[in-house]
Design a protein around this ligand. Sequence first.
Ligand code: MRU
Length: 348
Amino acid sequence: MRPDAAGGLAAVWWDGGLRLVDQTRLPEAYQVLAPTTLEAVAEAIERLRVRGAPAIGIAAAFGLVTALDEVGGTDGPAAEARLEAAAARLRRTRPTAVNLFWALDRVLAEVAARPAGETVRAAALAGAGRLWAEERERCRRIGEAGAPLLAGSRGVLTHCNAGALGTSGYGTATAPLYRLREQGRPVPVFVDETRPLLQGARLTAWELDRAGIPVTVVVDGAAATVMRRGLVDAVIVGADRITARGDVANKIGTYGLAVLARAHGIPFYVAAPRSTFDLARETGEEIVVEERPREDVASCGGRRTVPEGVAVRNWAFDVTPAEYVTAFITDGGVIRPPFPEALRAWAG
Ligand code: MRU
């Protein structure tokens, strides 16, 4: 299950134990972490060492096995109880990305339905490994579906990191871009810095650049100028949760980009695998939007940037109403409005 060049960059994998690229260290350092306790896995998710909706789900799935290994649990009621407790802890790490809950539910269900003779640990590891492989395959299909929409573009704008680092393999929003690069038709990419944690500047720019895709970083406030100057023909972003009517939770600032895209007559695409669709929720109002620490906004590069005592709100995500989405690019193909019917037909 090691990452390799052919399979694209991996953010998370299993190599006798969980392995994570510490995304808080990029781009200065590429460092692989090997957490050996449940708390270390939970901390890695909470601190965004591993981040991006599908990658969080995969890390949590393998984290269940880490939790068993920590206590030497292999089989029987004690191992099952440990798994349940580990899942409960991991569910409390981040609230918005549905992939986390989906991945944990799926591995627990597979463990419960394991064939006679298979241990709890073997079933959990096999389930997490399958999920990892499937998510990579879903990303490849997103690339196939999305490449024709973006081929020949003057440029494309993306936000945050919905790339290999947020999933493994092709990523989601980046999948069509990697696919076009493979076909020898690379499309120039503009990426917002993505304040406050700079996933666009630090992560998307790093991974696209190392893949040979021309990438330019702009400050978040420059998105309108990029569009006005005619530098991009489309916006493409990932998602953390998509509801039955097609409302999209994604990194804060996504909603603004969708409004700007509409104002400039540019299509706004959302790329996501099946694991990001939460059809149990009807509208974006039902999505819990994570708020993160004040310090992320109130300081920059180790210096205070907001006066002591001044209020800060640090929403990590926003919700873009379905009306602004031109199409979803999924592992099941391109899905266009009317969304409730089209999404139910595909993912229901
Ligand atoms: O807070 P983050 O960095 O986990 O937020 C990530 C995003 O918003 C991504 O766009 C989304 O999870 C899709 S990752 C393929």
